[in-house]
Ligand binder design. Structure first.
Ligand code: BGP
Length: 483
């Protein structure tokens, strides 16, 4: 649909930026923090760093938040490390962990930045993993107890809560993220998935009981799936993958029931989880207030060729994916790709927003969207990430078109506020508005430098999304340069 006039962004639109605890904080074993599954990970892709120091945000959060305030963001979406709060996953609460996030939240409030808190972003406590992780129903109770501690301690200042980051990616690509036992079978994975659904529902319900003013929602990764052609068999394959990758997660979170196509897939493959008495009632009772989702690019699939359509072994965006008899992933020849091989599809962003809104009719916040690239410090000390500006500009334009289409969007938090260690590719794959001067295995001084995109995003925010034009000049103060 071509619009003759665009609707503006809402007046109090939450222009924000995102991070996650394990990718940005560092201080992996300090001040009583317990180990998470990420900390205990044994193997990393060759040539990539671990998360022990990351961007050292734990020690530098004040400097980082001052920079975020200078950039002008209205919201900061970060995650709490479960193992800082409850080092063993259950039981004893760690006062130092509580204190850290108290300081962080207070610092945000000082600058009038709205905290948006993800409760769990891939970093399950290792102590729980040793007791079966999400296969063990006791992990559901552990998550509820942890949520209660968060609501009690931060509920007076945090209005927006996200339950679980990218549950769908943990289930579909947990091995690539490095958080899953590589020997875990598919059936068991979907049992874990079910337990996460129950945990999420209980926590949404608890939030509404304890904090009537707060708002809570799920945070999956949603990417609309295209059929490779108009061949009805390709269209069916796209429906299949949309159901398995996207709607399964949102249907359970919003409606409290399993998507029919996804459930038939689970039964057909022998992956259907055991659903205990009472679970369906728990799922039904929970009602999210909004949908948060992460968007990077659409996916494209074709009709399955037959045997041999196995799942690939790597991350969601990088691989040819498939499931025998269900769908077969393919690349979309209409789309360009990033240096890291991820497709770029701003129009797909509008399509995905429209689709999610029409299906669920809940307000939407985007909690991740961004470009991973290799940034370089110029001789004059600047970082001219014009490619990132171009990526974000195109996505913001499409978001405004979606708003004009009638989609209720109340915030946009690109990934990432500051450089951090990528899930799959170390520190060399950067997403931030703020550069962190370190290399894979050389921490240097971890100095912070605003990139060109920092000043561009500031201009976007000041104009409430009206001015997306290029920056005419990017003048980095002497004090912020590394030469
Ligand atoms: C999402 C995760 C983030 C982040 C992002 C980019 O799936 O929620 O944690 O890492 O993807 O992925 P990558 O770092 O692999 O480029």
């Amino acid at each position: 649909m071509k619009h003759t006039q665009l609707k503006p962004f809402p007046k109090d639109f939450l222009w924000g930026a995102s991070t996650s605890a394990y990718q940005v904080e560092g201080a992996w074993n300090e001040d009583g923090k317990g180990p998470s599954v990420i900390d205990m990970r044994e193997k990393y892709p060759e040539g990539t760093t671990d998360y022990k120091v990351a961007s050292d945000h734990y020690h530098r959060y004040q400097e980082d938040i001052a920079l975020m305030a200078e950039m002008g963001i209205k919201a900061y979406r970060f995650s709490v490390a479960w193992t800082r709060i409850i080092p063993n996953g259950t039981g004893e609460v760690n006062p130092k962990g509580i204190e850290f996030y108290n300081h962080l939240i207070n610092e945000l409030i000082k600058y009038k930045i709205e905290p948006i808190v993800t409760m769990y972003h891939f970093d399950l406590p290792y102590a729980l993993q040793e007791r079966g992780g999400w296969s063990n129903r006791k992990t559901i109770d552990a998550f509820v107890d942890y949520a209660k501690v968060l609501f009690e301690n931060y509920g007076d200042r945090v209005k927006y809560w996200l339950t679980i980051n990218e549950q769908n990616m943990m289930i579909m690509h947990g091995k690539a993220i490095g958080i899953l036992d590589p020997n875990l079978g598919e059936r068991e994975l979907y049992q874990q998935n079910h337990h996460m659904f129950v945990a999420q529902a209980k926590v949404m319900d608890l939030c509404h009981q304890m904090l009537p003013e707060a708002l809570i929602g799920p945070a999956p990764n949603i990417s609309y799936v295209y059929p490779a052609t108009s061949n009805p068999e390709d269209v069916l394959a796209a429906q299949n993958f949309n159901a398995i990758r996207n709607w399964l997660y949102l249907d359970v979170a919003v409606y409290g029931y399993y998507n029919a196509t996804a459930w038939s897939f689970l039964e057909e493959k022998g992956y259907a989880p055991t659903i205990k008495d009472g679970d369906r009632e728990i799922l039904k009772k929970a009602n999210p207030d909004f949908i948060a989702f992460n968007y990077y690019a659409t996916k494209t699939v074709e009709a399955p060729a037959g045997e041999g359509d196995e799942k690939g072994g790597s991350g969601d965006q990088e691989i040819v994916i498939g499931e025998a008899g269900v769908y077969k992933g393919t690349s979309n020849p209409n789309l360009p790709t990033t240096d890291f091989g991820w497709q770029i599809d701003p129009v797909g962003f509008r399509i995905t927003l429209r689709e999610v809104y029409e299906r669920y009719r809940l307000p939407i916040i985007i909690t991740e969207n961004g470009l991973g690239a290799i940034d370089k410090i110029e001789e004059d000390g600047t970082i001219r990430d014009v490619y990132r500006i171009s990526y974000l500009k195109q996505h913001i334009e499409q978001m405004q078109l979606a708003i004009t289409d009638g989609v209720d969007i109340f915030g946009y938090c690109p990934w990432s506020a500051i450089d951090l260690v990528s899930t799959h590719s170390g520190i060399k794959k950067r997403y931030g508005f703020i550069f962190v001067d370190r290399e894979e295995f050389d921490l240097k001084e971890l100095r912070r430098i605003p990139k060109q995109s920092f000043y561009w995003y500031n201009k976007v925010i000041r104009s409430n999304g009206e001015d997306l034009s290029e920056l005419t000049e990017y003048v980095l103060p002497e004090s912020k340069r590394i030469m």
